[in-house]
Design a protein around this ligand. Structure first.
Ligand SMILES: Cc1ncc(COP(=O)(O)O)c(C=O)c1O
Length: 433
């Protein structure tokens, strides 16, 4: 799962004592384990080795340059959804040809930038978008490859705000429309439409929705072949779950056992498989450390007020997400043997863990059983590496946390804590237009 382990009642990330780290680097603090990042990427690559996928790490899940560089050096390409993410990928030294570019609203400037970078595939979301990218490529006298994002109408059984593979979402075109799409645009001289893309939702905790989606994609590929259209790459998107609770996610081998046999004939005929995982690589690699500021009673309810909140990790309030939270230093009795919603230990107290932001939705957990905590204690919010720092804001003029990457016993600041000056500096001088 990850390298966040308790030893003698003290939480460590790899070999680094997290209380010592927080004392040095301050809180709130995002801490990532290099080993966990690598284990997940390598594990996914090995599980799917028989179909040799290009694993394009989804930058949107956690875009710190040091993490991108690390993953790129281990063989990952990148999945980007904006000019900003493309800029990050290039800054991290990723070759343009190993980048896929998705997203429903690519602007002309972003398209030009992607064409200049020589990206591997544009993932196309609509007819209008195809025509626009093809026209810009023509103007720029560039050639590029494109994958049509198809919507397989599969229910990924995930949160309503993160399901993407159903017909009624804004993403992609449905399977019937795909045929017309290839008929109409399949022979464009500048934008070569030769691949399919899908992404059915996130996080997905079972293999079946992928099997269903792949079967539909392979049928579409066969049908297209019968009409003379050759599909040379199939991008299955991301969405693979992470362990917010212990053993919540099937092992990579379970996905591969079902999917590799389906995909092998396509790959054997020269087809390229692409995956776009984000969360499964980085979620468990990160914890958010936050310090208890106050304990407050509200009627019978106990509030643990900490120095971080929805401004730094919005998932609990945005998606009703569960994050395991536990003090970083506990008595032997309270050392957690597992990470679960319902912890069965003596002496736990129900409380709401809330932040400093002036919103009722500013909470990390509600009615959560925790060991007794006091002002000054350090809490770890687990599985916070994905969709954590990337979604952090400066709401209430709160600086964003620092980020630290741990490698064995070595901790390195990979993004300093923002200062108040960082917040006001861009506004200090007005510029007449
Ligand atoms: C097109 C696309 N690819 C990949 C991902 C990454 O998903 P995950 O982080 O769940 O693997 C997303 C997430 O929204 C996405 O929209």
């Amino acid at each position: 799962m990850d390298q966040m382990q308790y030893r003698d009642g003290q939480l460590f990330c790899e070999q680094v004592n997290l209380d010592d780290l927080a004392a040095r680097a301050g809180t709130p603090l995002y801490v990532y384990s290099r080993r966990t990042l690598i284990d997940h990427l390598d594990g996914l690559m090995q599980a799917f080795a028989a179909v040799d996928p290009l694993i394009c790490y989804s930058i949107k899940s956690c875009g710190n340059l040091h993490i991108l560089r690390l993953l790129a050096q281990r063989g990952a390409g990148m999945d980007v959804v904006s000019g900003g993410e493309l800029y990050r990928a290039r800054e991290a030294g990723v070759d343009g040809g190993r980048i896929v570019y998705a997203g429903v609203g690519k602007t002309d400037a972003e398209i030009r930038m992607a064409l200049e970078a020589g990206i591997g595939w544009f993932n196309i979301e609509s007819e209008a978008e195809f025509e626009n990218i093809a026209a810009i490529a023509r103007q720029m006298r560039r050639q590029a490859s494109a994958a049509l994002r198809v919507n397989p109408d599969v229910d990924a059984r995930t949160h309503a705000k993160t399901t993407t593979g159903k017909k009624e979402t804004k993403f992609g075109v449905d399977l019937e429309r795909a045929h017309r799409f290839f008929e109409r645009y399949g022979k464009d001289a500048h934008l070569h439409l030769s691949a399919l893309h899908m992404h059915i939702g996130s996080p997905i905790y079972t293999v079946e929705p992928y099997v269903e989606a792949v079967e539909k994609a392979l049928q579409l590929i066969a049908d297209l072949k019968a009409t003379g259209v050759a599909i040379t790459a199939l991008d299955l998107g991301g969405g693979f779950g992470a362990d917010y609770e212990e053993r919540q996610t099937p092992p990579y081998a379970a996905y591969a056992d079902k999917l590799v046999p389906l995909l092998k004939p396509f790959v054997a005929q020269g087809g390229r498989l692409i995956l776009e995982p984000g969360r499964t690589i980085v979620a468990n690699a990160g914890v958010l450390l936050t310090r208890v500021q106050y304990i407050k009673m509200g009627g019978a309810k106990k509030f643990v007020i900490v120095d971080s909140g929805m401004n730094h990790l919005i998932r609990p309030t945005l998606y009703d997400s569960f994050h395991f939270i536990w003090p970083t230093r506990v008595t032997p009795m309270h050392q957690p043997k597992t990470r679960h919603r319902a912890m069965h230990q003596q002496g736990l107290e129900k409380c709401d863990v809330v932040g400093p932001i002036c919103e009722t939705g500013d909470y990390f957990a509600r009615d959560r059983a925790l060991p007794p905590v006091a002002r000054g204690d350090l809490l770890a919010v687990f599985t916070a590496g994905a969709y954590g720092m990337v979604m952090a804001s400066n709401y209430n003029a709160q600086p964003r946390p620092a980020e630290v990457l741990v490698d064995g016993a070595q901790a390195t600041i990979i993004r300093p804590r923002e200062t108040y000056d960082d917040l006001v500096a861009p506004e200090r001088h007005a510029q007449p237009l």
